[in-house]
Write a protein that binds this ligand. Structure first.
Ligand SMILES: *Cc1c(COP(=O)(O)O)cnc(C)c1O
Length: 396
């Protein structure tokens, strides 16, 4: 079925699914490492690109292709390349697009390893980078240099929920001959379409909202143009950051309900954020759907919803954070996000405990900061769980 002009939900269910000779309704798992040619000529034609067809699973596999075509349509891109993990997607994009002597400008609160890979490793190959607060677009404009080849934005970012103006970032990047890459993990393609706003490449940790069931690690890169798609794909093939067919099958299964999951989680998150904002144990709440969020108006303009990620600060700091973590019962004490289950984490004592306190604070990760990925359970149950745990953490 040609779904290119269909609605988002129809694409989720039908886009990219090939109809094989058995009429299977979902794409089967092609659990094979290699594909036999009918004769030498066919093998030669496939290698030379004269004939369509699969060669070897690192290069391409029908189960993976189905997922790639689906997500490419969701993001309105030319094509997509699925990867072993979100970081597989990030590293492949860096290596595909950057050369020695190039400069990168990026959001200071991007996903930690995306920044670490750039500052600790790409730097060894002569790539320089500037990390700054891109919620003020003038910061980005000032940081551009003649050798800036990439602007890399994460919006909303983790865990500060900072929102960057993607259309303005695209304009600045393009005026300097740079590409704009957007990490769209926190929004998902249901709430934000960066390519439509002017970005050149979009990437996702598929582990989060797209798969949505906390059972797969994966990534994907969607390119606006054929040229960029080919560059990324060729680097993926050479690096071996490909997605496995079984992974792709599970993600395709989770993806079909993306819109339902995201909408339901937002229905839970929006009133919860409001309730937290009025709670005596809570100093402040960052939820992009709240008018108190500094980029609430911008988020309203460039996104079609506010999602289900909430960050909040406990008045009691580090110790209150620990008590809260030890007393939640419904919310799972875990990193990661975007799944059907509510997860809670305390960056200062968990993911960012290894960081010097002043570096942590500079990145906006305060001692009492709690990150909540709201799931699709019953809203009353999530709130009751937090309420009893917050009471112990010192607010009543
Ligand atoms: C999790 C995450 C990544 C990394 O993805 P993995 O699948 O864990 O490799 C990248 N960016 C963001 C915003 C993430 O949340």
């Amino acid at each position: 079925m040609d779904t290119r002009h269909s609605g988002f939900n129809t694409k989720l269910v039908h886009a990219g699914i090939p109809h094989d000779e058995h009429g299977s309704v979902v794409t089967p798992i092609y659990q094979t490492s290699t594909f036999a040619f009918r004769n030498a000529q066919e093998g030669a034609d496939r290698f030379a690109g004269r004939a369509e067809g699969y060669i070897y699973t690192r290069i391409g596999n029908p189960t993976v292709t189905a997922l790639e075509q689906n997500v490419a349509q969701l993001e309105n891109g030319f094509g997509a390349t699925a990867m072993a993990s979100g970081m597989g997607a990030v590293s492949t994009v860096y290596l595909a697009l950057l050369s020695s002597g190039d400069h990168v400008v990026s959001t200071d609160s991007v996903y930690g390893p995306s920044r670490g890979l750039m500052e600790k490793h790409l730097s060894r190959f002569g790539v320089t980078s500037t990390y700054l607060d891109t919620t003020d677009i003038e910061n980005l404009r000032r940081a551009m240099r003649p050798n800036t080849r990439m602007v890399y934005v994460e919006s909303p970012s983790n865990p500060a929920m900072a929102v960057t103006d993607i259309a303005a970032a695209a304009e600045i990047a393009h005026a300097h001959g740079a590409v704009l890459v957007v990490d769209n993990t926190f929004a998902s393609p249901h709430l934000q379409k960066p390519l439509d706003l002017g970005a050149d490449l979009v990437l996702h940790s598929i582990t989060k909202f797209i798969n949505g069931h906390a059972d797969v690690v994966g990534g994907i890169v969607i390119a606006k143009t054929e040229a960029l798609h080919k560059q990324v794909r060729s680097m993926m093939i050479n690096l071996g950051t490909n997605m496995d067919p079984h992974q792709a099958y599970l993600v395709s299964r989770g993806l079909k309900t993306l819109a339902l999951r995201v909408e339901r989680a937002e229905q839970n998150a929006a009133p919860l954020a409001q309730w937290l904002e009025g709670h005596p144990a809570v100093a402040w709440v960052r939820y992009i759907g709240l008018p108190s969020h500094p980029q609430h108006e911008l988020a309203k303009r460039q996104m079609t919803g506010f999602g289900s990620m909430i960050a909040f600060e406990l008045k009691g700091g580090l110790e209150a954070g620990r008590i809260l973590m030890d007393n939640v019962k419904l919310a799972g004490l875990a990193v990661s996000l975007g799944g059907v289950e509510t997860l809670i984490s305390h960056p200062a004592s968990m993911t960012h405990a290894g960081m010097a306190r002043e570096d942590r604070l500079a990145a906006g990760i305060t001692d009492g900061l709690v990150r909540l990925s709201v799931g699709i359970e019953d809203a009353e149950d999530i709130q009751a769980d937090l309420d009893q745990a917050l009471a112990k953490a010192g607010g009543r």
